[in-house]
Design a protein around this ligand. Structure first.
Ligand code: SF4
Length: 491
């Protein structure tokens, strides 16, 4: 997790589906709050493109373009990539990995009872939503959140139920898996953000699919046309209205100053102004607010390098944070780390090509040389497979196997290992090449049974023929290549 010393700001995370250009509902419902939060929180904001597939799996032609449009709107609205990470969900694969692990521990009932599961099915009767992805999307959402281990999730009051499921999933995960006895996924708090009501121009909820939305990037004339064509709360000029139930009144409540809002509220409720006048004032207020956003959007659209940089940098920052969590998660779950396998190989390789210490050159007797080679090998191999010294040339493994070790230096014909038959389970041949490297061949019990015991005393040679190590035992030639650096018999 982020070191509070390095980053004292609490972490917050939120995402938005790529439905194309964002509308004012998206802006006032979330984006505006995000812009404020980026100054006081360590924020991660993402385009939830995998989530778009949970309902629009059969219509992906514009998915990539829509993701770009959303990032453009993020930037145009004032999100600053210097202050927060802006990224696309599918660029950070760890989300999918954590989702998969969550799917192993989450009871189906938890997902079936999420209110939006039934509601959306009813809202979209012509869409087949009997898909695993649709049922599991709150779980993907839980992974999206928990992978950054944020302190806070900024949401509107109606979305708290989703964060509650996320907390439940975190609790369940922590029950099953711990790292050094400690839970690793903190339960995030809901950061309730103001979500002012904003009706679409037809008085229904503002939504792109209803065709009743004003887009963040709409030109001034388009905004004017949409507002002027908007349904109002006063069918007749003499009717009194309620700005809270009128799409135009909503716009004033969000974008007009106090004075203007007071003026239209009084005029509407007393029927003392016309809706035409009220709409003209709303056009002015909205366009004044959107002008700098529109301008920024125009500039950014002409600067693909900035967009590219933002998305790449965001993916990088998010991946680092997500991978930090996943490393802990994988370990807590008990999965074999790839790194652990690589370390194992490195250790094996380092013992397979062990350099003989310089001291061997100063040794006065063959016996001394022998001791130096065996000691160097023992020191190395002991780090991976502890071996207890029994007597000269004999070691005992953890499992009690008796290991006979022999060393020889390369001569013209290869390596001649001189020794007598002794009752051992494993034999190690340390073949020192002309460059001063030891090649250890670890011959397991089965090999000894099948080949070794048939040789007489002192007549075992190892030769390299076309790079393949061949052991000559009596009249038999056996390849021992596969045993070089293979330490499994030493367990
Ligand atoms: S006066 Fe304004 S707020 Fe009232 S109904 Fe007409 S447009 Fe809506």
């Amino acid at each position: 997790m982020t070191n509070p010393q390095e980053n004292p700001r609490p972490r917050a995370l939120s995402g938005m589906r790529p439905t194309g250009k964002l509308h004012l509902g998206n802006y006032v419902g979330a984006l505006q709050s995000w812009v404020r939060l980026q100054d006081s929180y360590d924020c991660f904001f993402f385009v939830a493109d995998w989530h778009a597939l949970t309902t629009d799996y059969d219509n992906t032609a514009r998915l990539a373009d829509n993701s770009l449009e959303v990032v453009l709107d993020f930037l145009a609205a004032g999100l600053d990539p210097e202050k927060c990470a802006i990224f696309v969900q599918s660029h950070v694969k760890q989300h999918a990995e954590l989702h998969l692990l969550f799917s192993m521990i989450t009871p189906l009932g938890w997902l079936e009872r999420v209110p939006t599961y039934k509601e959306q099915q009813q809202e979209m009767p012509n869409k087949d939503l009997h898909m695993y992805g649709f049922l599991g999307y709150p779980l993907l959402q839980a992974a999206d959140i928990l992978i950054y281990r944020p302190g806070f999730v900024p949401v509107g009051a109606d979305q708290d139920v989703h964060v509650e499921l996320t907390r439940e999933v975190a609790r369940r995960f922590n029950q099953f898996y711990k790292l050094e006895g400690k839970p690793i996924l903190p339960e995030p708090q809901t950061l309730l953000t103001p979500t002012p009501k904003l009706l679409g121009t037809d008085k229904r909820k503002m939504s792109k699919s209803y065709g009743n939305s004003i887009l963040l990037g709409d030109e001034a004339a388009v905004v004017e046309q949409k507002i002027k064509g908007s349904v109002t709360d006063r069918p007749k000029l003499t009717d009194r209205g309620n700005p809270s139930q009128c799409p135009v009144g909503n716009l004033h409540q969000i974008f007009s100053d106090h004075e203007r809002l007071a003026y239209i509220t009084q005029g509407c409720t007393q029927a003392s102004i016309t809706c035409v006048e009220c709409k003209a004032l709303a056009v002015e207020s909205v366009n004044a607010h959107l002008a700098p956003i529109r301008e920024r959007r125009r500039e950014l659209a002409q600067n693909p390098a900035r967009l590219r940089e933002t998305i790449l940098h965001g993916a990088q920052k998010a991946t680092v944070a997500a991978e930090e969590t996943m490393a802990a998660v994988r370990e807590a779950v008990g999965l074999l780390r790839l790194g652990a396998v690589e370390e194992l190989t490195e250790k094996e390789e380092s013992t397979a090509t062990l350099r003989v210490p310089e001291a061997v050159k100063a040794a006065r007797t063959e016996e001394e040389k022998w001791d130096i080679r065996v000691a160097a090998w023992w020191e190395q191999v002991n780090k991976v497979h502890p071996l207890r010294k029994d007597r000269r040339g004999i070691f005992i493994t953890r499992k009690g196997r008796k290991v006979g070790v022999h060393a020889a230096e390369e001569k013209r014909d290869g390596w001649n290992f001189e020794f007598e038959n002794r009752p051992v389970n494993v034999i190690v041949l340390l073949a020192e090449d002309k460059d001063g490297y030891l090649h250890p061949y670890v011959l397991p019990p089965k090999f000894l049974q099948e080949h070794w015991k048939f040789g007489g005393v002192g007549d075992r040679w190892v030769r390299k023929i076309n790079g393949v190590a061949i052991l000559a035992v009596g009249t038999e030639n056996v390849s021992i290549q596969e045993y070089e650096g293979n330490y499994s018999p030493l367990q």
